[in-house]
Design a protein around this ligand. Structure first.
Ligand code: GSH
Length: 211
């Protein structure tokens, strides 16, 4: 048994963490948690009181939130080279937090039909959807990777948002974004992660029924 346990559902944001885990090369156990009552058990609530996936428990410590998990794993497995170099750190923190905060909120609100009234955009952390989108797109198209010339954990997290946004229609698939996502999807760890989660879906059947 590994000292790293990954709690996920294969049809969830857990796919981001799965990819990150595969990038680290770490040995880990996977626990699939079903939607609904499966996430509301006392045991799982003790791991994540939000009753959401993903979560990891590493050496007795729990980490939730995809962005935090990606950053944590990059630090915990430095030999994988996924943590930022000193020169990359400014972009790394900036765009990880931007994607987890303003972009997550803007894209969720958009998909649910919530709009910030124009006279209230100064009070919304993301301002408005279009500004948030163009800022995010600018960040990932300025260089081959989020922090410059080198792939790191920020690409796992930010790049997953870009790929999902293009897939679900909230991000226009420009050639520059398609090239960026193509570089990410060509990574063997991305393929391994996708295959593992798709195999779990095939085994359990979508959408992993409750209970
Ligand atoms: N902010 C969290 C979001 C986690 C989240 O919303 N997970 C969804 C699946 S993608 C979930 O577990 N939903 C089940 C529920 O809320 O009942 C993160 O980044 O990890």
């Amino acid at each position: 048994m590994a000292d790293l346990t990954f709690y996920t559902n294969p049809m969830s944001r857990g796919r981001i963490v799965r990819w990150m885990l595969e990038e680290t090369g770490a040995d880990y156990d996977t626990v699939f948690v079903r939607y609904g009552p499966g996430m509301q058990t006392a045991d799982y609530k003790a791991i994540n009181p939000m009753m959401k996936v993903p979560a990891i428990v590493h050496k007795g410590k729990t980490v939730t939130e995809c962005a935090a998990i990606c950053a944590y794993l990059a630090d915990a497995f430095p030999e994988a080279g996924l943590a930022p170099t000193p020169d990359e750190r400014a972009d790394y923190y900036r765009w990880m937090f931007f994607a987890a905060g303003p972009w997550e909120q803007a894209s969720t609100n958009k998909s649910m039909g919530f709009e910030v009234p124009p006279d209230k955009s100064g009070m919304a952390g993301y301002g408005d959807f279009d500004r948030t989108l163009s800022t995010l797109v600018g960040a990932v198209t300025a260089h081959p990777y989020v922090c410059g010339e080198r792939f790191n954990a920020a690409d796992v997290y930010v790049g997953s948002h870009i790929a999902w946004g293009m897939q679900f229609g909230s991000i226009p698939p420009t050639p520059a974004l398609q090239e960026y996502v193509g570089r990410l999807m060509a990574r063997p760890a991305y393929t391994r992660g996708t295959e593992k989660d798709d195999a779990a879906i095939a085994e359990y059947g979508p959408p992993m029924p409750a209970g």
